[in-house]
Design a binder for this molecule. Structure first.
Ligand SMILES: *Cc1c(COP(=O)(O)O)cnc(C)c1O
Length: 389
């Protein structure tokens, strides 16, 4: 009996256990304690950005960007249809109209060639998602955004420490959102960060994150009492979670190196099979350093994808798919989306399959996954073989 291989397993190291124990014995467990401050300082210096603020999730960091942009009902934001609901939800919560854009068939990133025709005089922001941690075409997107005076927000949930033309993802937009959910490269269970690249937004961000108060300035001794000065909510994670996160950020080289190895073993092991079976593998442009967040296959059809999921399940391997096109979702259809609006998204969504991908995936387990996949024959090849027999 072989043991089952899950899709994901959270990573914990000894430093993580030590830091959490230390945080637990501190007299304060709330946000912005010593571990949170160390995470902020580390991320700011690594990324070379003016301010990073830990949040309770990437979803909440995205909600903060919608508040910081002071979005009003009727304002428009451009969002790829091929993404997680939070990328659109954060702006819909402010009453914004979501304008869905299609993706490129190679990187599965927002198709920069289609963004300009979606811009109107109500457009306030373009939201980009660096899918699988491979950078979007930021040169083009930033130029279009600048010409039309709209903000760029990066949903960088997949892409921490990935680079586009030598520059870190998450440092291009006015604001960027990171995720530290357990399925991401670095995690504290549930968590995220807002990366602030536009210094004018720092003070507002601190107020929004602290329930609409200027408590952050008070703690820095800049004012002698704090009060309610604007809209806000509670977006600070506990310092206990920051302790767990710090241990992972400090182990980033080891984590990323292992993920790179896993990615390369999949690529090398599946390349020939993929070519024979007409299956697509991930594509990374030469000028992008990917973040090794994910390994996916693009099967020839929905039928093949479902058959491979069952085939792998019978070998005790859990592979999953995502994202259902947001423009065709029950809630997303309110903005007038219909079939055929985003043809690449609709096509890819039916054919994509994600393979187990986590730090502690053993070499023997990965070999089993590769072998199981290579014993799978797609419908076309099966039909062709039958007609030749
Ligand atoms: C995971 C993910 C999110 C949400 O992250 P949370 O930290 O769980 O809120 C948002 N966008 C994308 C693209 C994601 O993959």
């Amino acid at each position: 009996m072989t043991t089952a291989i899950p899709f994901n397993k959270p990573y914990v190291n000894d430093a993580g256990r030590r830091y959490v124990t230390e945080a637990l014995s501190s007299p304060n467990h709330s946000g912005d304690g010593p571990f949170t401050r160390r995470c902020h300082a580390l991320l700011q210096s690594l990324l070379g950005v003016p301010r990073v603020l830990l949040t309770t999730s990437c979803t909440h960091a995205l909600e903060m960007t919608a508040l910081l942009l002071r979005l009003q009902p009727g304002d428009e934001v451009i969002v790829p249809s091929f993404t997680f609901t939070s990328t659109a939800n954060a702006f819909a919560l402010r009453g914004a109209r979501i304008v869905f854009a299609d993706i490129r068939p190679d990187t599965l990133n927002l198709d920069e060639r289609q963004v300009e025709r979606l811009i109107t005089n109500r457009t306030k922001a373009i939201i980009v998602v660096h899918y699988a941690g491979v950078g979007c075409e930021m040169d083009v997107l930033l130029e279009v955004a600048k010409r039309h005076g709209v903000a760029v927000i990066e949903d960088n949930a997949h892409g921490l420490f990935g680079k586009y033309r030598g520059r870190y993802l998450g440092t291009f937009g006015d604001l960027a959102a990171q995720s530290f959910h357990e399925t991401k490269n670095f995690s504290c269970g549930e968590g995220g960060a807002l990366v602030i690249n536009e210094p004018k937004l720092i003070e507002d961000a601190e107020v929004i994150r602290e329930k609409g108060t200027n408590r952050s300035r008070f703690f820095r001794g800049e004012i002698d009492k704090y009060s309610w000065i604007g809209l806000g909510s509670s977006y600070l994670p506990s310092d206990i979670l920051a302790a767990l996160l710090l241990s992972q950020l400090e182990a980033r080289d080891e984590i990323q190196l292992r993920r790179q190895q896993i990615w390369q073993v999949y690529y090398a092991g599946l390349r020939q099979w993929a070519e024979q079976q007409g299956v697509g593998l991930p594509f990374t442009p030469t000028y992008c350093d990917q973040a090794y967040h994910m390994f996916y296959l693009l099967l020839p059809s929905l039928e093949d994808r479902q058959a491979l999921i069952s085939h792998l399940r019978s070998h005790g391997i859990l592979a999953v798919f995502h994202y259902l096109p947001l423009h065709l979702s029950e809630f997303g259809r309110q903005w007038g989306g219909k079939e055929g609006d985003c043809p690449v998204t609709e096509d890819v969504s039916a054919r994509l399959l994600r393979l187990p991908f986590f730090y502690s995936l053993a070499d023997s387990e990965q070999a089993r996954i590769v072998d199981s996949i290579c014993s799978f024959v797609t419908k076309d090849v099966r039909t062709r073989r039958a007609s030749m027999a």
